[in-house]
Design a protein around this ligand. Structure first.
Ligand code: PEP
Ligand code: CO
Length: 456
């Protein structure tokens, strides 16, 4: 079946039809007038992405579902306003470019690069409130909703933060587009993306040899072609975030000239979180009507019938590329939980891209009470997922990481050997622990080897 760019929205759907359903994990604002005013101003701002970029990503995701490409999605668990600065943004771009280079080289598959940024500012929480020394305040829900400091004024849900978040998302997208258009991602100059500590890393030798071999191949091809390979100068880069705060998503849901249907123009690939995927809930209602490709996170507890029902609701026409199932089951559960789902969808001909999030079900708390994850356990869930999907006659089409281009110490293990004692040294995440620069690069190398062995 070909892509269907001109499908209208369902007749009974509107960008605000979700408001008649129960919406989980939404902030509670004190002043409805202030909220209305903020959402109204937000809806008048220009979009961050375009419908043709969205459709082109959807077509690429359809290829990934068929094993012809590979989706690399990564970024912070929770972006912070403070980190909206050039160094941190460039570092995120650099690590994703380096990882994608490693995957293309070793895995021999074209890579779709999706940054979990420019809007990843709203978080689901397990409790609405937090209590410290007898004081109870609203939980921190992400920089677009309230502030981290444990003070009543900071934890108040503030609608103006929706605008501040959208503006920062715009600044982030603008900088990334400018870097890429200016040649930052040019394969002739991979040294542009090198982070300072690459040379101190135990992986430096392997990475440098790979970059040199790519350089030689490009020069060889250019000699053959008799000129520069201009295709090598730029890459596509897409954005994603959890579409959690439905008023924010709705405010930028638009119709565009010469296309039918509605697009969420805050991001290319919004996803539904594991905690907000109720079949009759507000998030499903909102997401079923937009034309973007969408992701849905699932945990080990989901049944095959439930997953099939979610797929039918989100993608009744079974459009290729529309749906990415991001499974996050845990290295200890994936072998039992994943195969029946893959089998069931395959039997019914339900088209999805399978993408492994090896982070969210592999979180542990150290004796000192620090939330962390082990490199080896993360890798284990990926390796098992690769095998399961191959055994089921399907393929793992992508991965979803929480990572940063900076030298933090939030996850344990990897070649550089982050230990429990190291965690306190550079733990910066406000929510979940991220792979640091070296751990991310090493993960890409291990993944590339896995992809290469599957080809053999
Ligand atoms: C997340 O991606 O940060 C998250 C909250 O994930 P999940 O919905 O899978 O728990
Ligand atoms: Co997270």
């Amino acid at each position: 079946m070909s892509a269907q760019p001109d499908t209208p929205a369902p007749a009974d759907w509107r960008p605000d039809s979700w408001q008649s359903r129960a919406a989980a994990q939404q902030p509670v604002y004190e002043d409805p007038q202030a909220l209305r005013s903020a959402v109204e101003r937000l809806s008048r701002l220009p979009p961050l992405v375009t419908s043709w970029e969205i459709e082109s990503l959807k077509a690429q995701l359809a290829e990934a579902a068929r094993g012809e490409r590979f989706l690399l999605q990564g970024g912070d668990c929770s972006e912070s306003f403070e980190d909206c600065e050039s160094g941190a943004i460039a570092a995120k771009l650099k690590i994703l470019l380096q990882m994608s280079l490693v995957l293309v080289h070793g895995g021999r598959r074209r890579v779709i690069r999706v940054g979990r940024f420019a809007g990843q500012y709203a978080k689901p929480r397990s409790a609405d409130t937090e209590t410290r020394e007898g004081v109870t305040l609203p939980a921190y829900r992400g920089d677009m909703i309230n502030r981290l400091a444990f003070e009543a004024a900071e934890r108040r849900h503030d609608p103006e933060l929706l605008l501040r978040g959208y503006e920062r998302a715009g600044l982030t997208v603008n900088f990334i587009r400018a870097l890429i258009d200016g040649g930052f991602a040019d394969l002739h100059h991979p040294e542009y993306w090198e982070l300072d500590f690459v040379h101190r890393s135990p992986l430096a030798g392997e990475y440098t040899r790979m970059v040199e071999s790519i350089g030689e191949s490009i020069r060889f091809m250019e000699t053959l072609a008799g000129g520069a390979l201009t295709e090598m100068n730029r890459v596509d880069f897409y954005t994603s975030h959890e579409g959690l705060h439905l008023l924010y998503e709705q405010a930028q849901t638009r119709q565009v000239p010469r296309r039918q249907g509605w697009y969420n123009l805050t991001t290319h690939l919004p996803w539904i979180g594991n905690r907000t995927r109720a079949l009759d809930g507000a998030h499903l209602e909102y997401f079923r009507g937009i034309r973007n490709p969408v992701g849905i996170k699932i945990s080990a507890g989901i049944g095959a019938d439930e997953l099939q029902a979610l797929c039918e609701r989100l993608n009744p026409a079974n459009e290729p590329g529309r749906l990415t199932v991001i499974h996050r089951m845990g290295a200890d559960k994936v072998e039992k939980a994943l195969p029946p789902l893959v089998e069931a969808l395959r039997r019914r001909g339900t088209r999805v891209l399978w993408c492994c999030d090896p982070m969210h079900a592999n979180t542990l708390t150290t004796h000192a009470g620090v939330k962390t994850r082990r490199f080896e356990t993360i890798l284990d869930e990926i390796e098992k997922s690769f095998q399961i999907l191959t055994d089921c006659g399907s393929c793992l089409g992508g991965v979803h990481f929480e990572l940063t281009g900076e030298n933090v110490t939030e996850c344990l293990g990897g070649a550089s050997g982050v230990t429990e004692a190291d965690l306190s040294r550079a733990y910066r995440s406000q929510v979940d622990p991220r792979l640091n620069y070296e751990q991310s690069l090493e993960m890409a190398m291990r993944l590339a080897r896995l992809m290469a062995s599957q080809r053999a």
